[in-house]
Design a protein around this ligand. Sequence first.
Ligand code: THU
Length: 131
Amino acid sequence: MSLLDAARAVREMAYVPYSRFKVGAAIRGASGAVYRGCNVENVAYPEGTCAEAGAIAAMVAGGETELIEVAVIADSPSPVPPCGGCRQKLAEFGRHDTPVLLATTEGATLATTVGELLPGRFDAGHMAKAE
Ligand code: THU
């Protein structure tokens, strides 16, 4: 199964009673294992979590901290862009050139990278004077 098909499958599990907007994400760790996540909303709206965050949590729980490929899919008019917070989360575990495939359920895709999604990211180097 392709990474995009894994994202497509887990999207069906999304818990979205408030937005009705299902998102699926799949991440390939450096080991080759695939980790999946879907969005999980909450009646206290800010407590909801994005599909990408779920996939990242599954990867870390699986013992990996390096992602080498990402796929995200939703039923959107154009390939679904990760939110700002998820871009920072992806940047924590990916490299500048790590491929990210954004997709619609109808077949449109946009190939990008972690670095393109978050230029000028905050990283540990910015805390160099904090010790
Ligand atoms: N959402 C994601 O899960 N990932 C994205 O990349 C964009 C937005 C979710 C959050 C919320 O459950 C719903 O989509 C509407 O914002």
